[in-house]
Ligand binder design. Structure first.
Ligand SMILES: NC(=O)c1ccc[n+]([C@@H]2O[C@H](COP(=O)([O-])OP(=O)(O)OC[C@H]3O[C@@H](n4cnc5c(N)ncnc54)[C@H](OP(=O)(O)O)[C@@H]3O)[C@@H](O)[C@H]2O)c1
Length: 355
């Protein structure tokens, strides 16, 4: 069989939960019906738009195209019923919602579509995102994925990818590489398939495979950017990335958060900070050029949406603490931002109650 074929004797059914920027981009690059790989979407507020017209993709890397998923469903229950009717299971379930464990358990959300052999793929920012899925689905392979992309949904069913495509993937057993070895091997086999489908077939040149602990290092490294820039953009009064690093006090604060994470990584994960990854100094330097860059958390805050506080701040603080490592700067950001969000939500609820 040619390397570009699916290498399975049956069609592959891939279901993305969350048809936003990341979900639509990676679904559109894995959908190859001519090779027997069929990507479907579970959408929410944009369900009607996608059902009617598909997803209009405006991409820097692959030009503009229309992505017509195999199917689009308004909920996982609908996807489960449709698969049952068609006599197939979901081979891959890819979670591409925002990671908001304080608002709901994503593992419960996907349970209708997870069968005994389903591979669960989690493409979300932050750390500790996989744990609820591992607890609920002990025998299922999990692929943990970190993406470096700049993409946004500019209207219902319209997705713009501004730059970058990188997706780093690794198996997940317990986050330390010491969980069930068979489950880990199944995760690694899934990574090979995903690499072929996204890479050889989908044209993504930087699908980056890692072992379990290395992938966690990639996750923690990305925190150097997200945990420093995102909360600080909100707490500093709504300032963009380049603007923040041009302010000497804020620059020192951002560098302090990044250094705290970098120094904690070997103690939390048992491996040194990889030399291949950008140091805090390099991140700060390159941020100087990122004029106009505004972190997603700031956009969420300004739009009154929930922020990914738990996975970007709360989980790292708790995971490090469990391993005897304290992250005082991160803890302060966590306490302040969580409080600010709580106050905002209470005020909005009270205002609504008065109407
Ligand atoms: N965008 C980027 O450039 C980027 C880059 C790197 C990493 N990430 C990470 O990737 C993840 C996804 O981000 P994103 O930018 O793609 O977010 P997004 O554009 O907001 O998309 C999330 C989608 O999930 C949907 N959703 C949420 N809960 C759902 C539910 N219960 N059932 C069905 N659909 C549901 C949302 O629907 P509604 O519209 O109804 O809310 C939305 O369409 C996040 O962890 C983010 O931090 C994003």
């Amino acid at each position: 069989m040619a390397p570009s074929q699916s290498r399975r004797d049956k069609p592959i059914h891939v279901l993305f939960i969350g048809a936003g920027a990341v979900g639509c981009f990676y679904a559109s690059r894995i959908h190859h019906p001519e090779h027997g790989i069929h990507a479907s979407l579970v959408a929410r507020s944009n369900y009607a738009a996608i059902e009617k017209a598909g997803v209009s993709m405006e991409t820097h890397s692959f030009g503009n195209y229309l992505f017509k998923p195999a199917s689009v469903f308004p909920s996982p229950d609908h996807a489960a019923a449709a698969a049952k009717k068609d006599g197939h299971g979901w081979d891959y379930v890819v979670v591409t919602t925002k990671a908001l464990p304080d608002r709901g358990d994503g593992s419960a959300l996907i349970s209708p579509v997870v069968g005994p052999a389903t591979v669960i793929v989690i493409i979300q920012n932050g750390v500790g995102v996989e744990a609820p899925y591992r607890t609920r689905f002990p025998p299922n392979p999990i692929v943990s994925a970190v993406t470096v992309i700049s993409a946004e949904q500019t209207g219902p069913g319209v997705v713009r990818q501004n730059r970058w495509t990188r997706i780093s993937v690794g198996p997940y057993t317990d986050g330390r590489g010491s969980g069930d070895a068979d489950v880990g091997r199944a995760g690694a086999a899934a990574i090979e398939e995903l690499g072929r489908w996204w890479g050889e077939l989908g044209g993504i040149r930087d699908v980056d495979p890692h072992d379990e602990v290395d992938l966690q290092l990639v996750r923690w490294h990305k925190l150097c950017i997200n945990s420093a820039m995102n909360p600080s953009a909100v707490l500093s009064g709504g300032r963009g990335n380049a603007d923040m690093v041009s302010d000497p006090e804020l620059r020192e604060h951002l560098r302090g958060v990044m250094d705290e994470i970098r120094d904690a990584m070997p103690r939390v994960l048992g491996r040194p900070f990889p030399e291949s990854l950008a140091t805090p100094e390099r991140i700060i330097k390159s941020t100087e050029r990122n004029t106009g860059g505004r972190p997603s958390m700031l956009l969420d805050w300004e739009a009154g949406r929930p922020m990914e506080i738990e996975v970007i701040l709360g989980n790292p603080v708790r995971i490090a603490r469990e391993r005897g490592v304290s992250l005082p700067r991160m803890q302060s950001l966590y306490a302040l931002l969580k409080s600010a969000q709580g106050v905002r939500d209470r005020e909005r609820a009270e205002a609504k109650g008065k109407l």
